[in-house]
Design a protein around this ligand. Structure first.
Ligand code: NAD
Length: 396
């Protein structure tokens, strides 16, 4: 390949060298989003180049080679030190987010890091401060913002179509650990993960709340652990959906469930709830926005649908209408030509890659980045504090 093509890519776009650290579920999803992004957005103007993948698991490094990385390594520092790499993706267990993101930022890289960016406010604040100092752009994996039906809902709220928002309910009821034989992956360890349901599904609930109706001011929270011991699963094996038949049980060190009543916008009320052990819902991330003239409901299990209610003068036809996402809604046409042909989770990650690479291309921070994660982490910590104190706590 001639050097001009190597540097600028076939369409003469600037190439962006990518290094991904952690090739588990998220590492593979981020990789696929880079591979697909130009298929859906050919005018992006930059071309991601998969230079290096790091994982401590040899099996996962072999997988990275097979899917086209130019090099793999067991030592994540080799990614951070590679001068050809401009962007580092941190898709590791939470405990490593801070150290790796700081090293990447200090080495002059832009960083796309998974939520929850470490184990609490202190970690996120350190990464946010390092990004500011370095003048780098960041992305954080709040992918559900990008669903066309969610983008449409946000535009309707902003346009005042539901009237004045006077109530909000956000939940993420996940069932990945609802059986006692569901494995104790790193997510169940304080050392490796920090919090449990809070840093995992609740982070998405809080970010969506902030995205749609603005910052949470104060709250009263509770947490609970329903299954106290589980079979061990070594890091780098299986997923957090794995089930293991073994007598080697370990303690669950963080919460399975969290909930909160909250106030926003100077006294408007709402509630938040997240679980990883629910029986019934599968991955029911859901919001309900209620206003003085209308209401909106969306849920991940029906990602391409938005339920909309409008008050009418004669009251005759009041009821929820189901709007199916289609090419008229934001970003849908980049994936499917007609309504009713569904988009999926991985497509949201392609939209997220487009958003992040646009930040890198323009040198201008777009949301969601670590600043949005910092606002989210303050809420998550306030829920933990409130669960311990029994009192209402400030969340910003
Ligand atoms: N945005 C989302 O929708 C979403 C979904 C799932 C997970 N996440 C987040 O993504 C992150 C990763 O989650 P996951 O489900 O992909 O986890 P995972 O366990 O599937 O993958 C983590 C990978 O990191 C590797 N690893 C661990 N220590 C390492 C080290 N020292 N050096 C190199 N590699 C190492 C492991 O071998 C494993 O392959 C978490 O922070 C999680 O909160 C976000």
């Amino acid at each position: 390949m001639c050097p001009r093509v190597a540097k600028w890519g076939r369409g003469l776009e600037r190439q962006i060298g990518i290094g991904v650290i952690g090739m588990g579920w998220m590492g593979r999803v981020h990789t696929s989003s880079y591979r697909r992004v130009l298929e859906h957005f050919p005018d992006l103007g930059v071309r991601p180049r998969l230079l290096m993948a790091a994982d401590s698991s040899q099996q996962r490094r072999r997988h990275a080679e097979r899917i086209g990385y130019e090099a793999t390594t067991g030592d994540w520092r080799a990614v951070v030190e590679n001068p050809e790499i401009e962007v580092v993706n941190v898709t590791l267990p939470n405990a490593m987010h801070r150290e790796v993101a700081l090293a990447a930022l200090e080495a002059g890289k832009h960083v796309w890091v998974e939520k929850p960016v470490g184990r609490g406010v202190e970690d996120v604040a350190a990464v946010a401060e390092a990004a500011r100092r370095a003048g780098a752009v960041t992305g954080v994996g709040f992918c559900y913002r990008f669903a066309p039906a969610v983008q449409h809902a946000r535009a309707l709220i902003e346009a005042g179509e539901v009237g004045e928002v006077n109530h909000y309910r956000g939940v993420f009821l996940a069932d990945y650990a609802n059986r006692p034989e569901a494995a104790a992956s790193w997510r169940f360890s304080r050392e490796a993960a920090g919090s449990g349901a809070l840093g995992d599904p609740m982070a998405h609930v809080v970010d969506m709340t902030h995205h749609l109706v603005g910052p949470i001011d104060r709250l009263s929270g509770r947490t609970a652990t329903m299954i106290a011991r589980r079979p061990r699963l070594p890091v780098g094996e299986g997923t957090h959906f794995s089930r293991v038949e073994t007598g080697d049980l370990v303690d669950v060190e963080n919460e399975d469930w969290a909930g909160a009543l909250f106030e926003f916008g100077g006294g408007t009320v709402g509630s938040l709830e997240a679980s990883r052990v629910i029986v019934g819902p599968r991955a029911q991330m859901r919001f309900e926005v209620h206003g003085t003239r209308g209401a909106l409901t969306w849920e991940l299990e029906r990602m391409n649908e938005l339920k909309r209610f409008q008050l009418t003068e004669d009251c005759l036809d009041e009821g929820y209408t189901t709007v199916l996402a289609g090419p008229e809604h934001p970003d849908f046409a980049a994936f499917q030509p007609g309504a009713g042909v569904p988009m999926g989770y991985d497509d949201l990650r392609v939209l997220e890659a487009r958003n992040f690479l646009t930040s890198v291309r323009d040198g201008e921070q777009r949301e969601p980045g670590v600043e949005e994660m910092l606002a989210c982490a303050r809420v998550l910590e306030a829920i933990e504090r409130s669960a311990a104190s029994g009192a209402w706590e400030a969340a910003r």
